[in-house]
Write a protein that binds this ligand. Structure first.
Ligand SMILES: Nc1ncnc2c1ncn2[C@@H]1O[C@H](COP(=O)(O)OP(=O)(O)OP(=O)(O)O)[C@@H](O)[C@H]1O
Length: 309
C-alpha cells in the first residue's frame, strides 16, 4: 500500500495531560475501508489517542510532538473552525455512552437535523428523510416513531444505533469508536457488532475502534494494535497478533479469553466460521425489549410502545 492510499497516518505521536505523558511515540496507519481495533488495559491511553485525532483533548490535554495526517492534511494545530467542519463530514466519533452523547431535551429528529445542517444547506424535510433511511438501515422497523422520540424513551442499544446513524449521516470517511459496545447489555453487543460491520461495508467506512471486548476484535478487526502504558506494544493483522503475540500483556490478554483459541484457529484457516452473518430482521428489537426493562419506563417493541408498570 502506497503512502497515498493511506487515509490516516500517525507519526511518533506524544500526548500529555498537564505534565503527564499519556500517549508515547505512537505510529499507526489506517487504509481506506479498513478496521483497526485497539485493545489495552484501562488507562493505557486508548481514548486519549482517539481524542487527539478528533481534536477533543480538552484544556488539560496537549499534543507535544508528532503528526496526525488525515487525507494528506496535518491535524495538530488545525484551527477550531476547520476542525468543526471536519468533524462529522470527514471524521466522526461514536462514544461509549450514547445517552450522554444525545441531547436529552431534544427529539431525535431535531438532533439529526442539527447534525446535517452544520455541514450541508439542507431543508428539514430532506434531512429527516435521510435520517429515516439511515434508521431503517440500523434495523429500526418504525423510523418515523423513533425520530419523534426523546432519548430517555429509548434503550441504550437503540440510542447507540441512533448515534451510529448520526455519525454517518454526513458521509465521513473515518469513524472513531470509543468502546461502542461496553455500555450495552451483552445480548445486544453481538448485534451492534454486526450492524457496524454492515454499515462499514455499505458506506465504505474506515473504522478506528477502541475496545475491551475480544468479540469485537474477532469479528471486526483487520489490524490490531495493543496499547500498554501509553505505547503501542503490538501491531499487526488480526491473525499475526492473535497467533504470535509477543508482548506479555497481549499474551496474558489472550490467555484470559479461552475462546480465542478457536478464533486463532479460524484466523489460520478462514472458512465459513469467518463469514459475517447478516443481522436478522426484528431480532434486535426483541432483544432490546428483553434487555432493558426498567419498571415504569416506556419501551419500543418491534411495532408499538410498551409501558411496563
Ligand atoms: N482530561 C484528563 N485530564 C487529566 N488526565 C486524564 C484526562 N483524561 C484521561 N486522563 C488520564 O490519562 C490516562 C489515559 O486515559 P485514557 O482514558 O486515554 O485511557 P484508556 O486506555 O482509554 O482507559 P479506559 O480503557 O479505562 O477507558 C489515565 O491515567 C487517565 O487518568
Amino acid at each position: 500500500m502506497t503512502e497515498d492510499a493511506m487515509l490516516l497516518q500517525i507519526h511518533d505521536l506524544n500526548v500529555r495531560y498537564h505534565h503527564s505523558p499519556v500517549v508515547k511515540g505512537i505510529d499507526l496507519r489506517i487504509e481506506d475501508k479498513q478496521t483497526v481495533v485497539i485493545v489495552g488495559e484501562s488507562g493505557s491511553g486508548k481514548s486519549t489517542l482517539l481524542r487527539s485525532i478528533i481534536g477533543l483533548l480538552g484544556e488539560n490535554g496537549e499534543i507535544v510532538s508528532g503528526d496526525i495526517i488525515f487525507e494528506k492534511r496535518s491535524l495538530p494545530g488545525l484551527p477550531e473552525e476547520e476542525y468543526r467542519k471536519l468533524r462529522g463530514s470527514g471524521l466522526s466519533m461514536i462514544f461509549q455512552n450514547p445517552e450522554a452523547f444525545l441531547d436529552p431535551r431534544m427529539r431525535i429528529q431535531e438532533q439529526f437535523h442539527e447534525a446535517v445542517r452544520v455541514h450541508r444547506p439542507m431543508g428539514r424535510k430532506q434531512a429527516l428523510q435521510q435520517a429515516a433511511a439511515l434508521l431503517a438501515e440500523m434495523q429500526f422497523i418504525d423510523p418515523a416513531s423513533i425520530l419523534k422520540a426523546y432519548p430517555f424513551e429509548l434503550s441504550g442499544g437503540m440510542c447507540q444505533r441512533i448515534a451510529i446513524a448520526m455519525a454517518i449521516v454526513n458521509q465521513p470517511k473515518l469513524i472513531l469508536a470509543d468502546e461502542p459496545t461496553s455500555a450495552l447489555d451483552v445480548t445486544v453487543q453481538a448485534e451492534m457488532i454486526e450492524l457496524m460491520i454492515r454499515m462499514q461495508k455499505k458506506h465504505d467506512l474506515s473504522i478506528l475502534l477502541v475496545t475491551h471486548n475480544m468479540l469485537v476484535v474477532e469479528k471486526m478487526a483487520d489490524m490490531v494494535g495493543v496499547m500498554y502504558q501509553g505505547r503501542l506494544v503490538e501491531w499487526g493483522t488480526k491473525q499475526e497478533v492473535l497467533r504470535h503475540a509477543r508482548h506479555p500483556y497481549t499474551q496474558g490478554l489472550l490467555r484470559a479469553v479461552p475462546r480465542l483459541e478457536t478464533i486463532s484457529r479460524d484466523a489460520m484457516h478462514p472458512g465459513p466460521a469467518d463469514d459475517r452473518k447478516a443481522v436478522r430482521e426484528g431480532d434486535s428489537m426483541r432483544e432490546e425489549v428483553q434487555a432493558d426493562r426498567t419498571p415504569g419506563r416506556k419501551h419500543f417493541s418491534s411495532t408499538h410502545w410498551i409501558r411496563e408498570e
